[in-house]
Design a protein around this ligand. Sequence first.
Ligand code: M6R
Length: 368
Amino acid sequence: EKGGHEYFMLKEIEEQPDALANTLRGHFVDGRIVLDEQRVSDQDLRDVDKVFVVACGSAYHSGLVAKYAIEHWTRLPVEVELASEFRYRDPVLDRATLVVAVSQSGETADTLEAIRHARAQKARVLAVCNTNGAQIPRESDAVLYTHAGPEIGVASTKAFLAQIAANYLVGLAIAQARGTKYADEVAREFAELEAMPAAVKQVLSTVDTVRALGRELADSKAVLFLGRHVGYPVALEGALKLKELAYMHAEGFAAGELKHGPIALIEDGLPVVVVMPSPKGRAVLHAKLVSNISEIQARGARTIVIAEEGDETVRPFADELIEVPAVPTLLQPLVSTVPLQVLAAEIARARGYDVDKPRNLAKSVTVE
Ligand code: M6R
């Protein structure tokens, strides 16, 4: 059942191209994005004036990624909140608020309570969920299922990538309803998403060097992750994977924050993973990150750089270079997360840990 793999997680990493393709399938019909279940009218969707994404753990990171796309496409304010924080604040919600609840299991207690809190204040709730008929989609006004297939490994991998794709479909559905994207633009964005399974497959074919690097890093005390823009939530996700699987101190930072504190942590030999944006897509951000890498390298960090293939400017500053295919900026998390999953799994295996069942963790957190 592990398909020849030692762990479910390793199989699930390999399944990511299919998880993405299956999640997209059937959601673009006659030139329009369609959800799986919609118990609110198109008018209600058109009238949305604010979006909250609520979720926990990796699902929360998928929301942080989606914020960039949803704001860009819909011109609506999007706030992404940890479900456990959202419900104990006093968020400003009304019937024009759309709360997107992202959950692989659909049973996470914090996320469930967050949507109950939202619905009690008349907000509309849209669930992005990987489990048919789970509690969260049952209590939602609209549902988009991720079709990643059952995820057994406690660390989320294929569900996370599928959540990003599904969140993007939600963004396109709102943009389409509001008319902030023309039909041909929606079609183009969807086509770009459809090209992603092949891009992820390409990344998977090159991860042997990442595995070797993982074995080298097994004795590190800590690893830092840096990113900007959509690379920032990828850095957070890379750090979460490493914490939960390898029990290693890991932290993700927004690269722009480096000088506001984290650079003090840099010391000789400290591995720092940097998620680079495309040199073409975001030239300004790219230049800023190159400057960040040169600064941390000058202070002795061992730089591990995930960059678009052919990005020569970054090469002199990368002690280790992990290349990923060129894809549109908003879609980069779908390729750049994959090496980080592999890295965390390999470090954990080298340390002798069971990557399917990390200590102290449950697959589905049904208590608060
Ligand atoms: O089932 P959910 O998507 O609601 O679960 C949310 C988190 O518990 C989950 O993503 C967790 O952070 C994973 N272990 C991360 O790999």
